[in-house]
Design a protein around this ligand. Sequence first.
Ligand code: JHZ
Length: 417
Amino acid sequence: MSGDPRLAGRCAEAACRACGESGLLPVVDLGCLPLADALLTAEQLERPEPRYPLEVAFAPGCALLQILETVPPEVLFDRDYPYYSSFSETILAHARANALELIEARRLGAGSLVVELASNDGYLLRTFVERGIPVLGIDPAPGPAGAAAAAGIRTRCAFFTRDLARDLVAEGFRADVVIGNNVLAHVADTGGFLDGIAWLLNDDGVAVIEVPYVRDLIERNEFDTIYHEHLCYFSATALARLLGRHGLVLHDVRRLPVHDGSLRLYAGKAGTPAAPVRALLEEEAALGMDGHAYYRDFAVRVERAARALRERLADLKRGGARLAAYGAAAKGATLLNYAGIGAETLDFVVDRNVHKQGRYMPGVRLPIRDPAELLARQPDYVLLLAWNFRDEILAQQAEYRQRGGRFVVPIPAPEIV
Ligand code: JHZ
């Protein structure tokens, strides 16, 4: 089968959000879903939630996988935006290693400037600040940006755009390093964002960008990482073309295990791609990732995986088990809503992020509680919605598991551990 035929009409009307070419090709239709990070308060349970189409398509002109709908960014990243990077030890360690490596490789010091786009609660910039290296964080979500500022990290609460970059340069900012982790896919004006980076960088500066890798998404069936915040799903092929159109050269690239499959890109204003870039582009070409055929059976695999998980959990429930979930992650909202797993199966969701506790998962409306509830109520099974932190969470929940509790890891295929 060639993508999801239900999408053919919508694709015909659309143009690629990056290169502007028409003729998008259907990949998968996940239906109309609520916004993944729009956690509900008790009062909001009284009202219906807005839902938006979640349709994935492939742009043959520039090889970019993308969703068709653009929810206004002010709606997505409002004052209730609940994602705070610092609640994961894995992410903190990953960010620290990245910062320390950059400090050494780029010989950063008191005369340097590091700018981070989507700096969240300052989880990464804090390592530079501790070493006396000037930083500027930019993040549009008031909650996390306020937490960073309160921790002494210079932060502007704003969307990073071409215009903001121009203003910053006019104010005297020029960056030796611009970092953007898990942000490029969130930006509607991808071109403006990359132009802004090129504008802000010193001539010999480096942009260090991490994105989830679409190859891991497809190969490991990580369909739940598709939600309205993620407008694009990147391959190195698509990225090299995109950067090139905006005055940036992809110098180096690494595949990283973080979030179960990411790419880290190193880009600058001049120079040429190093061997790892050429090698990855060749691998992708050999896999056919610049063509629609690579995505051909994804829709069928997604549907099967969701059904298999729903049935597995329903079997456990029918057998008398009590079930909960771990991680009020954005991807958890996609998984539960798309697969149709809600209060008939799960009693509650736990999450360490205090900004999420007391709220309810979008759509399925499960209450979010402190992870201490797992020991207090000892459900028989816990669906691990934050499967990207499997090792960290399993280690942290050793006591729950010693007492007989088991985790159901849903991705890449349901597994009980
Ligand atoms: P987590 C977010 O996605 C949103 P999400 C965003 N769109 C994005 O791109 C990615 O991150 C990168 C909790 N947790 O990080 C924390 C515990 O409770 O996989 C989170 O709420 N205990 C910006 O939301 C959730 O799980 C723990 O020990 O899918 C994980 O969400 C750990 C490790 C995490 O991202």
